[in-house]
Design a protein around this ligand. Structure first.
Ligand code: ATP
Ligand code: MG
Length: 361
């Protein structure tokens, strides 16, 4: 028996989700094995996703969210499948878990790995590394609204989609960003809104930001509109450290960040239930990528990096750092999947990461 056993719920999902999760589990197994009894992982696999939906008419079991409460963490692949509308798969599983377990903080590091062709004009790209903090419980993803409102005449349907900003929800994510900034070398938080056009919720956000900032006089602050921030990501990435934004805006900016860093395939993410009252969920930023599914060529780095975030959250900080180091060593050696300019396949790059993990031990 290991000194510590972590129970992990594994939801591989659809498409490349299944392929990359398998590789992430190999990395975790390797770490557990070489810990020589210090820790172990116990996995339960859940076959939820779009294939499950096509067979059962639902994305997950009815008591699926409650089932998840029995675990120390959730390791999630991706969902999405041609033929199942994206909003069905997203709300039926991923958002159901995030919102059901109150995983209100989504963190998405943007890292510039050695050897990976990036898309940024900067003399020392490897010095860049920032982290997006995404509000993960409300905002534009509140699901408030409806369709079939009577419009004027034929073709006049009106749909309403509202964004919800509560003072409590806004304050906790902004505080989270400030606390995170305090753990980093450069202590800076950049807040992103569109409060010139979104005059209710996002003005509240700005006000809460200004109020919370007073409690953190040691942390530098900055406030931007999201359109200008999109350009700023490209033009002055060295300005970024911790970037906090609403559910929708941070999602968009994180795809931009990962594309700048080389590929959607390398971006990791954690949906945190920060007070640990419920398990947190770890998943790559990319989706199920049906165009490359089943070919064995998906980049597993985002999912393996998400495993590192999971290790960190479970208190295995040294192991988390080692995984990140092994990823950087591997790309630095030129072992790259196709999306980042190489020829390695999913299994080969993971083999190399595991080999490098053994070396840094
Ligand atoms: P979903 O509907 O599940 O979000 P999607 O079609 O939007 O799927 P994404 O997975 O979000 O696809 O990614 C968009 C594109 O980026 C994919 O079509 C794929 O070519 C590429 N891509 C994403 N993830 C990876 C990866 N891990 N490795 C290689 N390429 C990837
Ligand atoms: Mg997508």
């Amino acid at each position: 028996m290991a000194e510590q056993t972590f129970k992990i719920a594994v939801i591989p999902g659809d498409g490349i989700g299944k392929e990359v999760i398998k590789e992430g589990l190999r990395v975790l197994d390797h770490l557990a094995e070489e810990s020589e009894g210090k820790f172990a992982f116990e996995y339960d696999h859940f076959p939820w996703g779009c294939e499950y939906y096509l067979e059962h008419g639902k994305m997950m079991d009815e008591d699926g969210v409650e089932k998840m409460r029995n675990y120390d963490a959730i390791y999630f692949g991706a969902v999405g499948f041609p033929g199942v509308p994206d909003h069905v798969s997203l709300w039926g599983l991923r958002l159901a878990i995030c919102q059901g377990l109150d995983q209100w903080a989504n963190i998405r590091p943007v890292e510039f790995l050695p050897g990976v062709p990036h898309r940024i004009n900067h003399p020392d790209p490897e010095s860049l590394n920032w982290i997006l903090v995404r509000e993960n419980s409300e905002g534009e993803y509140s699901g408030i609204g409806g369709r079939n409102f009577q419009g004027r005449g034929p073709g006049g349907e009106v749909a309403v989609q509202s964004a919800l900003f509560t003072e409590k929800g806004t304050e906790r994510i902004i505080r989270f960003a400030f606390d995170l900034a305090r753990t980093r070398k450069r202590k800076k938080v950049t807040s992103v809104t569109k409060s010139n056009a979104q005059q209710y919720g996002m003005v509240l956000w700005d006000e809460v930001f200004a109020r919370v900032a007073k409690d953190y006089p040691d942390v530098e602050t900055d406030q931007w509109l999201v359109d200008a921030m999109a350009a700023h990501f490209v033009l002055h990435p060295e300005d970024l450290e911790v970037v906090v934004a609403s559910n929708l805006f941070a999602d968009i900016l994180s795809d931009l960040g990962s594309a700048l860093a080389g590929s959607l395939g390398i971006a990791a993410s954690a949906n945190l239930s920060p007070d640990k009252s419920a398990p947190s969920m770890f998943e790559s930023v990319h989706g199920s990528a049906p165009d490359i599914a089943g070919k064995g060529i998906a980049n597993p780095i985002g999912t393996i990096g998400s495993a590192a975030l999971m290790l960190d959250h479970l208190g295995l900080k040294e192991e988390a750092e080692r995984v990140n180091q092994a990823i950087a060593d591997t790309t630095g050696q030129g072992i790259l999947t196709r999306d980042i300019g190489g020829t390695a396949d999913t299994v080969e790059i993971t083999d190399a990461i595991i080999k490098n993990l053994s070396k840094v031990n």
